[in-house]
Write a protein that binds this ligand. Sequence first.
Ligand SMILES: NC(=O)c1ccc[n+]([C@@H]2O[C@H](COP(=O)([O-])OP(=O)(O)OC[C@H]3O[C@@H](n4cnc5c(N)ncnc54)[C@H](OP(=O)(O)O)[C@@H]3O)[C@@H](O)[C@H]2O)c1
Length: 367
Amino acid sequence: MRNKKIIIAGGSGFIGQSLANYFGKENEVVILGRQSGDRHKNSYHQKLLPASGEYKLCYVKWNGRDVEETWSKEINGADIVINLAGKSVNCRYHKKQKKEIFDSRTYATKAIGEAIRRATQPPKLWVNAASATIYKDTHDLPNDEFTGKISDWKKDNMPYNLIDHIRYRKNRLLARLLHGRNSVSYKELELDFSVRVCKLWEKTFFDQATPATRKIALRTAITLGKGGVITPYLNLCKFGLGGKHGNGQQMFSWVHEEDVARMIEWLFENGKTEGVYNCVAPNVVSNYSFLKTLRQVTGHRIGLPASTWMLEAGALMIGTETELMLKSRWVIPARALQEGFTFKYSLLKDAFEQIIAGLPRNKYHLF
Ligand SMILES: NC(=O)c1ccc[n+]([C@@H]2O[C@H](COP(=O)([O-])OP(=O)(O)OC[C@H]3O[C@@H](n4cnc5c(N)ncnc54)[C@H](OP(=O)(O)O)[C@@H]3O)[C@@H](O)[C@H]2O)c1
């Protein structure tokens, strides 16, 4: 793809920078971020891709919620808008954090929808980040876009409206009274938090009426590249702790960062389609195989396993949730494969080898 104008909201993060790297040399890329500098200045973060030189890249400030002329004018006449903005889910799910996780995604999505509606030349395609974690924790069958099991609203009680909200509160109270605060049924309601985020995010996205702009929610798996989740996994391997998590049987859906960019490019160039696509490599592995392959590629013989209680304690200490490691995410990209997309990295070993080859040894070895 060449000579297109691509807007990436929340593009200063891991996936955004990877997309900017992929598209930025042959297309004009505009990154919307809350801390970015002026239109032609990159004063925000030294690690960000340069806004001049080989990249046709610029950073524009927005606040992720109000439609202002400064950034909305960039959307007018653009070819693709990619929205990645949202507070990281890699934190403890306290009330304040949860609100920010919800609000950052819904406000940013609504603001982009409004900017597209106001544009005299709306973009041809709007891709909104979504997550493969929307599917149920399954161990028996994989989930695809057509038959995949999405967490049941009666159980997770997505508070879309007042009635749902009252139902959610009632179920929480009942679970607490009948089974206690530490019971699985009470905790399950909270554990479904990430599913509720995914649902609200997608609902907000599909609620935006943009008749001249195709809309695609990209249910993305854990993305592997030179950043993001690979760093903590490499650190575990470094210290001999790269063994299975829990019983290791939970499925681990993953995708290489380059395939995320390639899929967006393919959706733009080939498609007239809209709706939901799973952005997940076709060969899903178990948590055990994921860590075993990483150890093999990084040359670590020993990888001590971590049981659930150890993970709970560790997650508390480093301020994250065990759900990110223990939930079984078994998702396949049926729609993209059916429509002819081919993955460059469909095998985990190939993906790891490409990533590790580009990292200095001290990132995955102590010496
Ligand atoms: N990485 C994965 O494996 C993965 C998998 C599935 C889905 N996703 C989703 O894909 C999106 C991008 O992932 P990522 O790994 O690139 O995340 P990331 O590194 O955390 O980047 C997200 C970006 O969102 C912006 N942001 C943060 N808090 C915000 C707020 N309160 N309001 C508005 N913008 C805010 C930030 O940009 P500024 O600070 O510059 O504003 C940040 O650079 C996320 O929404 C994530 O949930 C990621």
